[in-house]
Write a protein that binds this ligand. Structure first.
Ligand SMILES: *[C@@H]1O[C@H](CO)[C@@H](O)[C@H](O)[C@H]1NC(C)=O
Ligand SMILES: *[C@@H]1O[C@H](CO)[C@@H](O)[C@H](O)[C@H]1NC(C)=O
Length: 180
């Protein structure tokens, strides 16, 4: 009987010890484990720029408000280390975004950042609401593969340049809080 009790006490001791050890390995939200800045460039296909277009509107319902509501855009946009869109791309942002604002410009994006260089191989996926009229927007990084296996974090988006509906450049300030 005493032996049984002793075993149970021991079990709970090691159980709580391992739980607290796991917790002590929790994330430091003050200090990201990786932090870098990239720029994404989007050149919209206009029927006449096949050579350099990186995105295309594939759905465009007319008449649903004044803010492109319902427009769906597929992207394969280059990511560069600086703001010059002619710089050597280090990765690509592949996915889509759509406009979902009825009373203001608003969009929602899902992009997988695909790295396939000698420095980095892997992906990380960004998802979330992107209220483009705000000076900065914070979106979730929900996961990754390869060099970014199982990562999580946030990306702060800032619009750097917009040329009508032909071109835009966003700064992406990436902070990862979970790295393996
Ligand atoms: C893309 O190509 C078109 C046609 O060649 C050109 O007019 C336009 O300036 C180019 N856009 C960019 C951003 O280089
Ligand atoms: C990644 O790069 C390698 C080497 O350049 C190439 O063979 C491969 O097709 C690329 N993969 C993708 C998904 O682009």
């Amino acid at each position: 009987m005493a032996n049984q009790l002793y075993k149970q006490v021991l079990f709970f001791f090691f159980f709580f010890l391992s739980v607290s050890l796991l917790q002590s390995k929790s994330f430091n939200l003050k200090k990201p484990c990786k932090h870098f800045v990239l720029y994404v460039h989007d050149i919209a296909y206009d029927g006449d720029n096949k050579a350099n277009a990186t995105s295309a509107t594939i759905l465009n319902p007319m008449g649903l408000g004044d803010f492109d509501f319902g427009q769906l855009v597929l992207v394969d946009n280059p990511l560069t280390m600086d703001q010059n869109y002619l710089s050597e791309p280090v990765a690509r942002a592949q996915g889509f975004f759509f406009y979902n604002g009825m009373t203001n410009y608003n969009s929602w994006i899902t992009w997988t950042l695909v790295f396939n260089s000698t420095q980095h191989k892997g992906t990380m996926t960004i998802m979330g609401a992107n209220p483009i009229m705000e000076p900065t927007r914070v979106l979730s990084i929900v996961g990754g593969t390869g060099d970014f296996l199982m990562t999580r974090g946030i990306v702060t988006l800032k619009t750097k340049l917009v040329q009508g509906n032909k071109y835009f450049c966003l700064e992406m300030n990436i902070k990862l809080y979970e790295c393996y």
